[in-house]
Design a protein around this ligand. Structure first.
Ligand code: ASP
Length: 332
């Protein structure tokens, strides 16, 4: 029996058309039906529009309603494909990995670097990869792009123009397409750890800060005054932060004592943090900062939003954050 796949469109370049102010997502999913049928092979596709946005305009409330929609119809389909702009795709795929953890079907997010209306675009190839991954009965949230399938919570956009725009960070690809067909590495698909229960909560009181030479501790202090509950810091190297000229760590200590959750990650794309090596990192751990280990920035940030949307209890927040929820984190 052919597999039933739902394709949900949210917009992005894949559906874009040129207008007087530049490219905008202008095609509805119905405008793309012919192309979708060309790549869907023997799968039975159904289509719907969720929104038609450049992904710069996707916000946490969109993640939450998209997760709800996927959850509501998960029993009617063998798999679901989401068409999404590439710019914030990895944030969406990370957050959906948390909100939909333990989902029993594949949810595959894709997009393209060129509009489907362009005869040389990557759009058809990416859709083909996504639809056929969604038909494989491998549960989880994935990203399909440039003949690769990656775990949703390990994906980052690493190139702004090339077709090979995404990489799986600190984690092997789930599948690749070559002249041997689609090869799935089932050993690296995270196991489902429990029954599915939609968890589409989030907190917007979370901020991401990138460390740079010259950053002043008052940046951190002002976030507390603005009522933020969580801060994800992209620190240097394996997790270093200034502690001499501007005592950042001292400023963080004050915040943590006030009940703000601080997570420390790294600006380096690969390999993650190891905060127990240098004095600066060690001190941050001692004052109660959490470590992002080998998570992507997208996963570290959305995980913090997701957990702070679930609980205010500081020890629960710590426990949850230290867990590997959906395959996003491995402690080095
Ligand atoms: N600006 C577009 C978006 O993220 C880029 C793309 O889809 O490739 O919606």
């Amino acid at each position: 029996m052919s597999k039933k796949i739902l394709i949900i469109n949210t917009g992005g370049t894949l559906s874009s058309v040129m207008r007087k102010n530049g490219l905008i997502p202008g095609l509805s999913i119905h405008d793309m039906l012919e192309e979708l049928q060309m790549v869907s092979g023997d799968t039975d596709i159904e289509i719907e529009d969720f929104c038609s946005l450049d992904s710069a305009n996707i916000f946490p409330e969109d993640w939450s309603t998209l997760a709800l929609r996927i959850s509501d119809c998960r029993n009617d389909y063998d798999g679901i494909v989401v068409i999404h702009g590439t710019d914030t795709l990895a944030y969406t795929s990370s957050m959906l990995s948390f909100m939909l953890r333990n989902i029993g079907i594949p949810v595959v997010i894709t997009g393209s670097q060129l509009s489907i209306t362009d005869p040389v675009a990557d759009a058809m190839e990416n859709l083909r990869c996504a639809i056929h991954m969604a038909a494989r009965k491998i549960p989880g949230v994935f990203v399909a792009f440039n003949r690769k399938v990656m775990l949703g919570c390990r994906t980052s956009k690493v190139r702004s123009l090339s077709f090979d725009a995404f990489e799986s960070i600190n984690y092997p690809n789930i599948a690749t397409i070559s002249s041997l067909g689609m090869k799935i590495n089932e050993n690296v698909v995270p196991e489902r750890t429990g029954i599915f229960k939609l968890a589409n909560h989030y907190s917007e009181k979370v901020c991401m800060i990138k460390m740079f030479p010259g950053i002043h501790r008052d940046v951190i202090e002002s976030l507390a005054e603005l009522g933020y509950k969580g801060i994800y810091i992209e620190a240097y190297g394996i997790g270093g932060m200034p502690n001499v000229k501007h005592d950042f760590v001292g400023a963080l200590e004050k915040l943590i004592k006030e009940g703000i959750t601080v997570v420390v990650g790294t600006q380096c794309r690969y390999e993650g943090t190891k905060m127990d090596v240098y004095e600066t990192g060690k001190r941050a751990l001692e004052i109660g900062a959490l470590e992002a280990h080998d998570m992507t920035g997208e996963a570290a940030l959305t995980k913090l939003m997701w957990i702070l949307g679930m609980t205010d209890n500081l020890s629960e927040i710590r426990d949850y954050y230290s867990l590997n929820v959906a395959g996003e984190m491995h402690k080095i």
